[in-house]
Design a binder for this molecule. Structure first.
Ligand code: GDP
Ligand code: MG
Length: 172
């Protein structure tokens, strides 16, 4: 039969990595060159179809600044999925992404079913690349995440990340 489900999803990652831009691309099909910094967190929802089911994502786009770190558990607790975003042109953002993965995994077993995606964003800026895709892919594999490079600017792989998450969510 047809199954419709809701799934809480959180985006985590360094400020400037492109979390808000990925959400804007996914939810509204838009890109803004001078996206304003997120304050606290912002909420969006968007539905995707997978096979005979639909998944309504309830998306929490977090700020990323250290001063909002203590709020993060409110957004990832009980989440069915997390997208951990870094910027392929910024090595520090990749290190920050790994810290988020560690923090999420430290919440296990409460979160052990969480679907986690590692996303290397700004893949359109190939000339400025600092993080090799192979390195991120290896890290993701070793830590139970799936990995994709995306561009919120060109839209490359953005819908695919959400579709892949939808496919991996445990079915009722
Ligand atoms: P956040 O702090 O993680 O939410 O990052 P934002 O979404 O605010 O993006 C930070 C800056 O990077 C903004 O100026 C965006 O326009 C830019 N940006 C975001 N995604 C991309 C991308 O895929 N490619 C390029 N070239 N710029 C991007
Ligand atoms: Mg933001």
């Amino acid at each position: 039969g047809n199954k419709n489900m809701n799934a809480k999803l959180v985006l985590l990652g360094d400020v400037g990595a492109g979390k808000s831009s990925l959400v804007l691309r996914f939810v509204k099909g838009q890109f803004i060159e001078f996206q304003e910094s997120t304050i606290g967190a912002a909420f969006f929802s968007q539905t995707v179809a997978v096979n005979d089911a639909t998944v309504k994502f309830e998306i929490w786009d977090t700020a990323g600044q250290e001063r909002y770190h203590s709020l993060a558990p409110m957004y990832y607790r009980g989440a069915a999925a997390a997208i951990i975003v870094y910027d392929i042109t910024n090595q520090a953002s990749f290190e920050r992404a790994k810290k988020w993965v560690q923090e999420l995994q430290a919440q296990a077993p409460g979160n052990s079913n969480m679907v986690m995606a590692l996303t290397g964003n700004k893949a359109d800026l190939l000339d400025a690349r600092k993080v090799a895709a192979e390195e991120a892919q290896t890290y993701a594999q070793e830590n139970g995440l799936f990995f994709m490079e995306t561009s919120a600017k060109t839209a490359a792989n953005v819908n695919d990340v959400f579709s892949e998450i939808a496919k991996r969510l445990p079915r009722l």
